[in-house]
Design a protein around this ligand. Structure first.
Ligand SMILES: NC(=O)c1ccc[n+]([C@@H]2O[C@H](COP(=O)([O-])OP(=O)(O)OC[C@H]3O[C@@H](n4cnc5c(N)ncnc54)[C@H](O)[C@@H]3O)[C@@H](O)[C@H]2O)c1
Length: 250
């Protein structure tokens, strides 16, 4: 059960995958949802799913790593709903390139898509959350952030590790304003990001290698987000929570 005073939740990259599952789950709890994605078709699909099930949402198509776009997206959302109380920094991009083949452009693309997007959206929502003395920021790191990526390259691992540092530091700065900041570290989750990167055969091999012998499902990650967004999680901040079927136990 979520706090009754939540005006809206913003989920970056919610056109598909875990972001979509989280947006749908929040909307089921009667939270107005701001869907963001780079891809208009995917964003509209999520929007339709939410509206068809009676939920309230707005669609903001654009790059969560572009400062001007993020400024407009958050300002418009605050005007529309009064505040953005939950931010899920879910948008991310993965490339499987070996380090010697990573161009500077690809390095910057992956760092921007994962880390800079998280920084920009976090920075922008905090002032409004401070006013309400309540907020939830949930960042997407990965098992890659604690170990190395299963399918991504060094840039992805570096970005996801940096998100853990960004999470801890921000959590400490904003704790006194009633804002918690936590990171999720999913293992291999059954989404397009994985399916588009590795073969079904490799997916099956990885699945069998995990103590819980399967991939995670987006809905299972959405459950954890719902818990972190709730008042039941009010004493958890600066944490990184593993959800990986036992792939990494530290
Ligand atoms: N799938 C996994 O196994 C896994 C594991 C650990 C962490 N993660 C992380 O979880 C998050 C969600 O992953 P997923 O598997 O659902 O991904 P996905 O690729 O299926 O979906 C990501 C969505 O984000 C959008 N997006 C990408 N960059 C964006 C940007 N700059 N601005 C706006 N939208 C953008 C994409 O268009 C896409 O619709 C990512 O941060 C990813 O790195 C995924």
């Amino acid at each position: 059960m979520l706090n009754m005073n939540i005006n809206s939740a913003l989920i970056t990259g919610s056109g598909r995958g875990m972001g979509r599952a989280i947006a749908l789950r929040l909307a089921q709890e009667h939270i107005p949802v701001i869907i963001n994605d780079l891809d208009k078709r995917l964003g509209e699909e999520t929007q339709k799913l939410i509206q068809d099930s009676g939920g309230i949402c707005s669609l903001k198509i654009g790059d969560a790593a572009d400062e001007d776009f993020v400024d407009d997206m958050v300002e418009n959302s605050v005007s529309e709903y009064g505040s953005v109380d939950i931010l899920v920094n879910n948008a991310g991009v993965l490339r499987p390139t070996p380090i010697v083949d990573i161009t500077l452009a690809e390095w910057e693309f992956v760092i921007k898509g994962n880390l800079t997007s998280t920084f920009l959206c976090t920075k922008k929502v905090i002032p409004a959350m401070k006013k309400n003395n309540w907020g939830r920021i949930i960042n997407f790191s990965s098992t890659a952030g604690k170990n190395i990526s299963t399918v991504g390259g060094a840039h992805y691992t570096a970005a996801k590790a940096a998100i853990l540092g960004l999470t801890r530091h921000t959590a400490k700065e904003v704790a006194r304003f009633g804002i918690t900041v936590n990171a999720l570290c999913p293992g291999l989750i059954n989404t397009e990001m994985v399916r588009a990167t590795i073969s079904d055969e490799l997916v099956a091999q990885y699945a069998n290698s995990f103590p819980i012998q399967r991939l995670g499902e987006p809905d299972e990650v959405a459950d954890l987000v719902m818990f972190l967004a709730s008042d039941k999680a009010s004493y958890i901040t600066g944490a990184s929570l593993d959800i990986n079927g036992g792939d990494l136990m530290i």
